[in-house]
Design a protein around this ligand. Sequence first.
Ligand SMILES: N[C@@H](CCC(=O)N[C@@H](CS)C(=O)NCC(=O)O)C(=O)O
Length: 210
Amino acid sequence: MKLYDTPLAPNPRRVRWLMAEKGIEDIEVVSLNLMEGQHKTPDYLRKAGLANVPMLELDDGTCITESVAICRYLESRYPEPNLFGRSPEETAVIEMWMRRGEMLVSLPFMNMVRHSHPAMAALESQSPEMAERSLKGGLGGLKVLDRRLADHEWLAADRLTIADIVTFSGLDFGRMVKFKPPEDLPNVVRWADAMRERPAAQAGMPKRAA
Ligand SMILES: N[C@@H](CCC(=O)N[C@@H](CS)C(=O)NCC(=O)O)C(=O)O
């Protein structure tokens, strides 16, 4: 199997994070330079259908895009530790918080960075108004999260799940424009610190200088 990704980007980071939590080391990682358009070559587009990373290419030639679809596939191949739920009830609640986290937090913060970071101008037709609206929306989403995290250590279950990974990967992309979760949302701050402290948080990030 081959995973096509790029360092720093939040969607591929979800897959790299899940791989690190599960100790998956037998997938070749092919790093593409988006700024050089390596995800827009005819060969890549033919396989992926869209100029996006991540993409997982299986040994039989099947190509899977969409970070959560890739994560779900890897969960069935490498079931432990469980990140998608062990019972119908748990699976549904994890799905619920994953979708809320994606729509209310992850997407707004990713859009905020895409529309405001100078380097992203290579990939996005930027609009300051869109950046501002995304930040406002994302902050509203963080309030929802803060209420949930007031009496839950993790978003969806009594352990880290894909809901935490999907939500945090978008939120943490905000660091590109120096965004930090506001101190008046103490439960989000505590949860974000716990996420950042996990060894898997380094997966998909540029290597630190020794
Ligand atoms: N919904 C997709 C989104 C994938 C996506 O937008 N990937 C970004 C990197 S985080 C990308 O490839 N951007 C390329 C571009 O904007 O040209 C997923 O979850 O995988």
